[in-house]
Design a binder for this molecule. Structure first.
Ligand code: DGL
Length: 420
């Protein structure tokens, strides 16, 4: 499966060579975008490291919720089946949301996927390293533990960066597992036994990459199943609205309706013989708005134009759970899973977000203190001594009010581990 996906993604893979060489040239991890290369030299100590999870913002917390709550295996025997104990109970997670540089899904529309690809490898380097900025102060500190696994909890980042990160990890010769949400999402579609058509809701960038239709078709094909009509709809607004970004002032329901209608139209245009039945929430943020999205499809079904093209009961595929299962299997396979009775070097999980590094000369900000939109989307890769954002501990003030409300209501395990 990995080989197949590698082939499918090959057309997207731009080489992360500059960052690979930069990190090799700074093996003590003190420079920006580098990490302490000696962190994994003791195999026993590696097992006790935490697991890194990253997204472009807070949407990836939906994946963290799945990681914190998954109970699909017996923890002692590793056999499938729930045993009443969360599968990652002993593990600890470091979450990073690259909020200052999001939405990732909008870089492809302005032909800046090269910069996006650099951002994605930088995210991985941050998780691998010890270097992070404090909430107050301008100098980095080196107390953050490195990680033994990286979960790319962002669909757009998986589409544009999974192969680059795997390539970098191999070039650095470090024993770190890399798991992305798209392969897992495709397996989630297979497991849902789709009987009608499939619709993908994702960012504009993820849809432009066509990674979901290709990976789902490949996954169903390998399993000997016929491939139904697959339609996709890329949104430039819904993730931002869910994140509480002031640039998207309408209600989440209004944006959800716009995208559901566009997906239903794209599906109908394929002249399908079966109704749209499986909907892939191919963006981290969308599980937070699942109710609004489902309500939108129910309303659309009342319209004569869509009645025959939308199933009465839709199946939603959230790639997060499949991602959690895959991580469990990969950790067990690599013998990196903590054994019963063992503990992680971190007592509690850690959370980081990126913010503009206002002290950097030449950066441009908008009125609310975020990176100016034109500035953000016109940057080029290759300036590896220039830090216009910095990664700091996530504090309540950094989560927009709407997002905090959604996390509290819909991601209770994450909310608890945020210490709220
Ligand atoms: N996290 C992104 C994803 O899953 C959505 C938000 C963004 O565009 O940055 O595709």
């Amino acid at each position: 499966m990995k080989t197949l996906t590698a082939l499918l993604l090959l057309s997207l893979a731009v080489h992360a060579d500059d960052l690979i060489e930069h990190a090799k040239a700074h093996p003590d991890g003190k420079a920006a975008f580098s990490f302490d290369a000696s962190a994994w030299s003791d195999a026993e100590a590696t097992r006790h490291l935490p697991i890194g999870v990253f997204d472009s913002g807070i949407g990836g917390l939906t994946v963290l919720e799945a990681l914190l709550t998954l109970d699909a295996f017996h923890n002692d025997t590793l056999q499938p089946g729930a045993d009443g104990v969360p599968d990652f109970a002993q593990e600890r997670f470091i979450y990073f949301g690259d909020q200052a540089n999001m939405p990732y899904g909008n870089y492809s529309a302005v032909q800046r996927t090269d910069y996006l690809q650099e951002l994605i490898v930088k995210d991985a380097i941050f998780l691998l390293g010890r270097r992070a900025y404090p909430s107050e102060g301008t100098e980095p500190q080196f107390t953050k533990p490195p990680v033994k696994a990286i979960v790319i909890a962002c669909n757009t980042a998986t589409a544009y960066g999974l192969e680059d990160i795997r390539k970098a990890v191999a070039a650095w010769k470090i024993p770190v597992i890399v798991v992305g949400v798209v392969e897992a999402g495709a397996r989630g579609v297979l497991a849902s036994k789709p009987t009608g058509g499939i619709g993908i809701l994702a960012t504009a960038g993820t849809c432009a990459s066509k990674v979901y239709p290709r990976t789902i078709a490949g996954t169903l094909g390998i399993a000997g199943q016929s491939v139904p009509v697959i339609a996709q709809q890329g949104s430039a607004t819904l993730a931002g609205a869910i994140e509480g970004d002031a640039a998207f002032p309408d209600s989440i329901s209004a944006y959800a309706m716009k995208e559901a209608r566009a997906l239903a139209e794209a599906y109908r245009a394929e002249k399908p013989t079966a109704p749209l039945q499986t909907i892939v929430l191919g963006c981290t943020h969308y599980p937070l708005a699942k109710q609004e999205i489902d309500t939108a499809f129910t309303a659309l079904r009342q319209e004569a134009a869509f009645r025959d093209h939308i199933a009465e009961h839709r199946t939603f595929v959230n790639p997060a759970e499949a991602t959690a299962r895959e991580l469990f299997r990969e950790l067990a396979k690599s013998k990196l899973r903590l054994k019963p009775g063992e503990t992680c070097v971190l007592e509690q999980g850690l959370f980081y977000l990126s913010v503009p590094r206002v002290e950097e000369v030449g950066i441009q900000l908008s009125g609310d203190g975020s990176l100016d939109k034109d500035y953000k989307y016109s940057r080029s890769p290759g300036n590896l001594d220039f830090e216009d954002t910095k990664n700091v501990p996530l504090t309540p003030a950094l989560i927009p009010e709407n997002s905090a409300k959604l996390v509290k209501e819909r991601l209770p395990a994450v909310w608890r581990s945020l210490g709220r």
